[in-house]
Design a protein around this ligand. Structure first.
Ligand code: 3NM
Ligand code: MG
Length: 493
């Protein structure tokens, strides 16, 4: 099965003189890719066909290096000629059937839609995604039909859902920038259908620093998706099967309940095959590993891998003892993990460094840039989303990297908070399989904000009073989000 296309930060290039200035398009696109653009469309209304083919080939090569799909606007024949991932067509261009025939199977076809009729027609005709707009007035495209605002987008999304087109991907376009992206994503979303991302030209192409612009824009889009994740958990109440250590069983189960999961603490692997069929996820936390425990982890991991259920690994104290270093190696070789979460020493151990951890405590010696680079390379090596916890949490799937700066020092004064973050994230990845990284960021942000809210309460005087307040705040954030109140998002750092 082809990997799902990530539409969250969609870059459209433009040939209008003035936008690019005297900069080189290839360099700007490459910088944007470094910043985290997830899909690129080459749109050139001025150049000759030869120049378009030549530029498209260059841009396609750059996108391939970043494993990002590359599409061509209108000129479906050029897309077919260079064999790129697809084409974007307007209402006045080729029809979808002709485009599909020209491009061949497995290609992405996107269509511009500015009304309910156009959207439904394109969805029915089999478009892979819609570019819905024009949201706000823009200098970039002169012949825009109508400015529909976020309310227009929302109406189109709800009509798509009402007509059974829940599956079609959608982005919106026109006048979107870093300042309005999060709001556009949130305000455009209908209860039954959300946008997958935003498409921009000038916000990135005309930015002084296209990489930074792309990075900031993707963070905004991602933040806007956090409520979707928490709402998915509230709706599905996913099973969170924990094979965890003796210390945190009760705390982790309560945190699991607070965030909207259905936790089960079950360390006997014979049960895993049955549990794996229930659509939930598994947490393997090797905080109190034993030879018998390790055998059980492996059997359960295999059961979840076979059933397609995501597994989160928490390699507690991975660098502390020879036994644990060996246990981690055995586990990583035994199956695949959707998420690996650990502190700096643990993730460095997975990276092959011989760090000696003092027991299971967390210490930090690396710079932020070094930590990000370790996280990215473990993510690539393991094909997993990796979360390195710390004052700044860093998350990456090897391609996209995000940081979360929420949390409170009291989290480090209570045993097992890190383990309960694993349980929290396990609920998110089970309920939001479309994007494990977004799900993991949502869990991390929710956790950190709840800790801050709890620590700020009048009755909280230290670790003892912090725990119940923290569980209350997780519960409160979940309840509010499920009911459509996402004001707490403004607290995400
Ligand atoms: N299509 P900017 S608006 C290419 O409404 C394009 O279909 C639009 O540029 C549509 O991000 C547009 O600079 C230009 O506003 C968007
Ligand atoms: Mg067109």
């Amino acid at each position: 099965m082809a990997a799902p296309v990530d539409y969250s930060t969609y870059l459209v290039t433009d040939s209008t003189p003035g936008i690019l200035g005297d900069r080189d398009l290839c360099q700007v696109v490459e910088a944007a890719l470094q910043g985290g653009v997830t899909i690129v469309q080459y749109r050139d209304k001025h150049s000759s066909r030869d120049v378009v083919v030549e530029t498209a080939k260059k841009l396609h090569d750059i996108c391939k290096r970043f494993r990002v799909p590359f599409l061509i606007n209108d000129q479906v024949d050029v897309a077919a000629e260079i064999g790129c991932e697809g084409a974007h067509i307007g209402q006045d261009d080729l029809d979808i059937k002709q485009a599909r025939e020209l491009l061949g199977p497995g290609k992405i076809i996107g269509v511009t839609a500015s009304s309910i009729e156009e959207a439904l027609q394109a969805a029915k005709a089999g478009a892979d995604y819609l570019g819905i707009g024009t949201v706000y007035s823009t200098q970039t495209k002169k012949d825009t039909k109508s400015i529909i605002g976020s309310s227009g987008v929302r109406t189109i999304l709800s009509q798509l859902a009402a007509n059974g087109h829940d599956d079609i991907s959608t982005v919106c376009i026109g006048g979107i920038n870093i300042s309005n992206a999060q709001q556009v994503m949130t305000q455009s979303s209908a209860p039954a259908k959300s946008l997958d991302g935003v498409a921009v030209v000038s916000a990135i192409i005309a930015a002084a620093d296209p990489a930074a612009a792309a990075r900031e824009l993707s963070a905004k889009v991602l933040t806007a998706k956090v409520p979707d994740v928490i709402q998915a958990v509230a709706k599905k109440t996913p099973l969170s099967h924990n094979m965890t250590n003796l210390v945190v069983q009760n705390f982790a189960a309560n945190v699991g309940l607070a965030v909207g999961a259905s936790p089960i603490m079950a360390n006997y692997a014979e049960e895993a095959a049955d549990l794996a069929k229930l659509g939930g996820s598994l947490v393997i936390n090797m905080g109190t590993v034993t030879p018998d425990g390790l055998k059980n982890y492996i059997q359960a991991l295999e059961a979840y891998n076979a059933a397609g259920g995501p597994v989160l690994l928490d390699p507690v104290g991975a660098g502390a003892t020879a036994v644990r270093r060996s246990a981690v190696k055995t586990l990583l070789a035994a199956g695949s993990f959707a998420v690996i979460k650990g502190n700096e020493g643990e993730i460095q151990t997975l990276h092959g460094a011989s760090v000696t951890q003092r027991g299971v405590d967390s210490d930090s010696t690396l710079s932020l840039a070094q930590r990000a680079s370790v996280v990215q390379s473990v993510a690539r090596a393991q094909g997993a989303v990796v979360l390195m916890t710390g004052v700044t949490d860093i998350l990456s799937d090897g391609r996209r990297t995000f940081r979360v700066d929420n949390g409170h020092e009291l989290l480090a004064q209570v045993t097992g908070t890190g383990c309960t973050l694993g349980t929290t994230i396990s609920a998110m990845i089970a309920a939001y399989p479309q994007d494990t990284l977004v799900a993991a960021v949502a869990g991390t942000a929710m956790f950190g904000v709840a800790a801050e809210l709890a620590a700020g309460r009048a009755e909280v005087r230290g670790p003892g009073t912090f725990v119940p307040a923290f569980i209350d705040e997780l519960y409160g954030v979940r309840k509010a989000t499920a009911e459509g109140d996402s004001r707490w998002l403004s607290l995400i750092k």
